[in-house]
Design a protein around this ligand. Structure first.
Ligand SMILES: [Zn+2]
Length: 80
């Protein structure tokens, strides 16, 4: 890869596409089982912190801010 290509690629990665939501991106990358586990956790009313700790323990990157924004509808997910 040439430097120009590398720069273009890195720039593209840094650009957040329209409708970018860190939580949604994380969620979409989960396995089917983990998506269900996460859905269940919210259904059970688990706290953001509890869920975040579990995600991190499983090596899944997320943040309190992205979870909070998504759950409060303050993220960039398309709204109904
Ligand atoms: Zn979202």
């Amino acid at each position: 890869m040439s430097l120009a290509d590398r720069l273009a690629e890195n720039a593209a990665k840094r650009m957040k596409p329209e409708g970018y939501c860190a939580y949604q991106v994380m969620y979409e990358n989960l396995t089917k089982e983990n998506k269900k586990a996460l859905d269940d956790a919210w259904a059970k009313g688990y706290s953001y912190n509890l869920v975040l700790m579990a995600l991190r323990a499983e090596g899944i990157k997320s943040s309190n801010e992205s979870i909070r924004a998504h759950k409060k509808g303050m993220c960039k997910c398309p709204k109904e």
